[in-house]
Write a protein that binds this ligand. Structure first.
Ligand code: HEM
Ligand SMILES: [Cu+2]
Length: 610
């Protein structure tokens, strides 16, 4: 019935069945923060083990498991979902849309991610987590005894399907759902970077899917794709993994770049310097990101020609990245800069990330890479780009968009304590690791010897990690005690983009009337050239909304059950799981569901200030 009204639901049922991009965004944030805490705990455990030479705290097998789960959790279950949380909540608002293009698929993507992540972590309780590092190189992974690596293969397969679905959804949303007047070159930079990131997901994740499928066939069904004795090839895994894995780091960093572009411009009270150069730099980075994967394989023996090509291609990425750095600096230049917590993270990002970029160019020098490879120099490099870039971006985004997402402002004083502790802890932890690496300390090894000059710097590194741990606790306290700051939440920062034209908390239909976009920085244009209110692009009318559905949970649950069947080669269970999944898909296909309408009277009542 297309005229049916929304049925009242319990709070829990509402969240489990929601297809609202804002609620899904919040669920991504909450789950991402949970996994971030878990991955952080794993990091602390490793740093305790490495606090003193020849220390025995974790044991070597446990270290390998904690190492693998830390990397895998941080990348797939913390950083990506946190970014997906922002992308889900903010992008439809920034383009003036009522939701994403496929709300049902959006919910399916979230539940697949969550079930996959939980599946991976079940391994802790069933005989041991995966232990072949997050890169799962064969034959280490194919020969790893027990079921740990099976959990890695299937957990990532399930959650990766969710990511792919999410990426496709964002692409269609950004192409099809923009408000009238919002041409591509009027899109905010965060929307642009979400668009490019989604393209990278579309082309990169299938390589991981295939790699994981082949590894599953080898491990569970006696295949020989990676078995040299049977004519297989081990280097193929490295190619498949890094054809996915290198674009993956851009999948993480580009959305963070997008956030910094929004935040720096807002808090410098200036237009973003070089908007079109920023857009093209993002596109070029996305394109070049697919040309460089073998820079992770310089020491494999590809030969000098291949090494030289991949070295040069990698260094080329420094050009568009440098363009971005200079554009951010020039945006700040002459601006009336406000040092809010969000902006402090953005300002700290510029030098921190640049240091990671410099060591990246060093690592790309293929001849020198023979020295750096698999040492702590690499660990220092990628934590500088991932924490100094992605994690700083997530924290900046939290302080910036929290009022819009949760309806209250985060306390700035506590936030500043958190910022400084985290910043100092981060540099303490990772700066010394450059030198540990140059002195020959290998990565992924659970201990180091006394008397080699490594003691002091390892201790410093662990102290820094504890500082970051304390900082994170202060962040959690900030999130809780700030709940009373519910004043001035609609547009606390004098925002430029459309999400700040909605009231906080945002009504489920986002915009009572679809806004008309007349300029880049649509809201600023109306504030400073118009009367401060967005013009409507349509008359006020009933709004059509999609119904919620419990089916995404069943589809995801079925795949999780099937994964257990595969892991333990109990194929009755595999079949039962697949029946649940396909049954739920069948119900979805035959059940008529036209959604419901919100009547004008209700919209008028709920309409916010603007
Ligand atoms: C918050 C503070 C963090 C600390 C103290 C920390 C510490 C560590 C340590 C000690 C290792 C193991 C090095 C080795 O044995 O070779 C490691 C590896 C790694 N970390 Fe972190 N880390 C942190 C945050 C992150 C974040 C935020 C990410 C990604 C979003 C991340 C991604 C990784 C990856 C991918 C590895 C490699 C794992 C592997 O070799 O399989 N880390 N980290
Ligand atoms: Cu790479």
């Amino acid at each position: 019935m297309s005229n049916a009204k929304a049925q009242p639901k319990s709070v829990l049922w509402d969240w489990l069945t929601t297809v609202d991009h804002k609620k899904i965004g919040i669920m991504y944030m909450v789950a991402g923060l949970f996994f971030f805490a878990l991955g952080g705990l794993e990091a602390i455990l490793m740093r305790i083990q490495l606090m003193f030479p020849e220390f025995s705290f974790l044991g070597y097998q446990t270290y390998n498991e904690v190492l693998t789960m830390h990397g895998t959790t941080m990348i797939f279950l913390a950083a990506m979902p946190l970014l997906f949380g922002f992308m889900n909540f903010i992008v439809p608002l920034q383009i003036g849309a009522r939701d994403v293009a496929f709300p049902f698929l959006n919910s399916l993507g979230f539940w697949l991610f969550l079930f996959g992540g939980l599946l991976l972590n079940v391994s802790w309780f069933t005989g041991g987590a995966p232990d072949a590092a997050w890169t799962a190189y064969v034959p280490l992974s194919s020969d790893s005894p027990g079921h740990g690596v099976d959990y890695y293969v299937l957990g990532l397969q399930v959650s990766g399907a969710g990511t792919l679905i999410g990426g496709i959804n964002f692409l269609v949303t950004i192409i099809n759902m923009r408000a009238p007047g919002m041409s591509m070159m009027r899109m905010p930079l965060f929307t642009w970077s979400t668009f490019v990131t989604s393209m990278l997901i579309l082309f990169a994740f299938p390589a991981l899917t295939i790699g994981l499928l082949l590894l599953m066939l080898d491990r569970i069904f006696g295949g020989a794709f990676f078995d040299v004795a049977a004519g297989g090839n081990v280097v193929i895994w490295q190619h498949l993994f890094w054809i996915f894995g290198h674009p993956e780091v851009y999948i993480l960093i580009l959305p963070a770049f997008g956030m910094f572009s929004e935040i720096i411009a807002t808090f410098a009270k200036k237009r973003l310097f070089g908007y079109s150069a920023m857009v093209f730099a993002t596109l070029i980075i996305g394109f070049l990101g697919f040309m460089v994967w073998a820079h992770h394989m310089f020491t494999v023996g590809m030969g000098p020609v291949a090494n030289a090509i991949f070295a040069v291609a990698t260094m080329a990425i420094a050009v568009p990245t440098g363009i971005k750095i200079f554009n951010w600096l020039l945006t700040l230049w002459g601006g009336r800069i406000k040092f809010t917590v969000a902006n402090l993270f953005a300002l700290a990002f510029i030098p921190s990330f640049t240091m990671g970029g410099v060591t990246g160019v060093m690592l790309a020098t293929s001849a020198a890479n023979y020295q750096f490879h698999d040492t702590y120099f690499v660990v220092a490099h990628f934590h500088y780009v991932i924490i100094g870039g992605v994690v700083f971006g997530i924290f900046a985004g939290m302080f910036y968009w929290w009022p819009k997402m949760f309806g209250y402002r985060l306390d700035e004083t506590l936030g500043k304590i958190f910022f400084w502790l985290f910043l100092i802890g981060f540099h303490l932890t990772f700066f010394v690791q450059h030198f540990l690496g140059l002195m020959g300390m290998p990565r992924r090894v659970a201990s180091f010897l006394d008397g080699q000059g490594l003691n002091e710097m390892n201790l410093i590194s662990t102290i820094g990690a504890f500082m970051m741990g304390v900082a994170f606790i202060i962040l959690v306290i900030t999130l809780i005690v700030s709940r009373k700051n519910t004043d001035n939440v609609d547009d606390p920062w004098d925002g430029r983009t459309l999400e700040w034209a909605t009231p906080s908390p945002v009504p489920e239909y986002n915009f009572a009337q679809t806004p008309l976009v007349r300029e880049l920085d649509a809201l600023w244009h109306e504030k400073y050239e118009g009367d401060g209110k967005m013009k409507a692009a349509e008359p006020l009318d009933d709004i059509h909304m999609p119904n919620g559905s419990i089916l995404p949970i069943f589809i995801s649950l079925g795949l999780t059950v099937a994964s257990f069947g595969l892991i333990y080669s109990t194929h009755v269970i595999t079949v039962i799981g697949l029946l649940i999944t396909f049954g739920a898909m069948f119900v979805r296909s035959i059940k008529e569901d036209h959604g419901y309408h919100i009547p004008v009277s209700e919209i008028k009542r709920g309409k916010g200030e603007r």
